[in-house]
Design a protein. Structure first.
Length: 353
């Protein structure tokens, strides 16, 4: 996207805030995006807002930057996803590799069989308090092994905003880097159909993606870069109408987990229009700033994947997702990298994506 000659690009490093969606093992796509962005010498990530799997990538990024700068961040992300793969067969349902292998090539036939539907019905008839009474979650051990949360709290080089959903109040709660523990990240990634609510200071929390996937609003009011790069894991656009039970549930999941992001983007677009047309009262203008919005969407890179693959932790699948993320980031840098600090590469007047 060419820059008009009358617009002068800012000097110094290009700075970004990242907004990382949640989406189970599809978070490995974000791993690939981050890996490619970290190769750019003049690109600095100053803040990350995230939910669920995005929050895990965010704390890995922060930990790696503490360890050894950008090289350390790439190494830490690699180590984390290797651990996810190793722990994959130790989830509360036992070793699911026989099932996930059926989906790793995009084969979705199994989810539409009567047996699979019966298993889904059975799962919905029990709560995690019944089938997982000891509240086992191997990701907790992985986080504790990979992340030194005391270091994150004391010297994170980037600002972190981690979303969780307060069960009792239906509010989106944002946890900052200065307070993070493994429990905060687990709260952000707590799917209530699978895991018991995570309690923090007596308050139960579920997956942050229900109300903020990811939250953008914290970036409006803090000292963060004007540029926001959104990395989505749930496709906004699908050309085919879902017809089978499995396809309908998949699309409903994507729409549900994109709803909050779509709403926030509409709000940004509305404020930008008010700023452009000078419709804000003078005493209100200082409270708003122009945000430059960019996006790497899942629409094409992850279009062939179904909801069931979000539970696939086979190494070949995770590295395939990483490669897709690297490719998507490479394309974005080539097409839109020169927009950083200058203008949005997403036209919110047309819509998102």
């Amino acid at each position: 996207m060419p820059i008009p000659p009358f617009i002068k690009k800012k000097s110094g490093p290009r700075t970004l805030s990242l907004a990382l969606q949640g989406g189970g093992s599809h978070g490995a796509f974000e791993w690939g995006v981050l890996d490619r962005l970290l190769e750019e010498d003049d690109l600095e990530i100053r803040a990350v807002t995230a939910a669920s799997a995005g929050a895990m990538n965010a704390v890995c990024l922060a930990q790696g930057l503490i360890d050894d700068g950008k090289a350390g961040a790439r190494k830490r992300l690699d180590s984390f996803w290797r651990q996810v793969n190793r722990q994959g067969g130790r989830n509360v349902f036992g070793d699911t590799s026989i099932w996930t292998s059926a989906f790793s090539g995009g084969a979705d036939w199994l989810k539409n069989t009567p047996g699979w539907r019966m298993a889904e019905t059975f799962a919905l008839s029990l709560s995690p308090y019944e089938f997982n009474p000891f509240n086992l979650n191997p990701l907790h051990d992985t986080l504790e092994a990979e992340i030194t949360f005391s270091q994150i709290r004391e010297k994170s080089p980037i600002k972190l905003y981690v979303a969780a959903t307060a069960v009792r109040t239906s509010k989106s709660v944002i946890f900052r880097e200065t307070e993070l523990t493994s429990r905060h990240i687990m709260a952000s990634a707590c799917l209530p159909q699978v895991f018991q609510a995570v309690e923090i200071d007596g308050e139960p929390y579920w997956d942050g993606g229900f109300l903020a996937n990811p939250p953008l609003w914290p970036l409006f009011y803090d000292d963060t870069p004007d540029d926001i790069l959104i990395v989505s894991l749930n496709p906004f656009v699908r050309e085919e109408t879902p017809k089978s039970p499995g396809e309908i549930m998949d699309r409903l999941n994507e729409i549900t987990f994109n709803a909050s992001l779509a709403s926030e983007l509409r709000a940004i677009g509305f404020v930008q229009k008010l700023l452009d047309e000078g419709l804000l009262k003078e005493n209100a203008r200082g409270r708003y700033r122009r945000m430059l919005v960019h996006a790497i969407t899942a629409d094409k890179p992850l279009a062939d994947l179904s909801l069931s693959t979000k539970f696939n932790t086979e190494w070949s699948f995770l590295t395939d997702l990483k490669a897709r993320g690297q490719k998507a980031a490479e394309a974005w840098l080539a097409d839109c990298g020169n927009c950083i600090g200058v203008k949005s590469s997403v036209d919110l007047k047309v819509g998102f994506p």
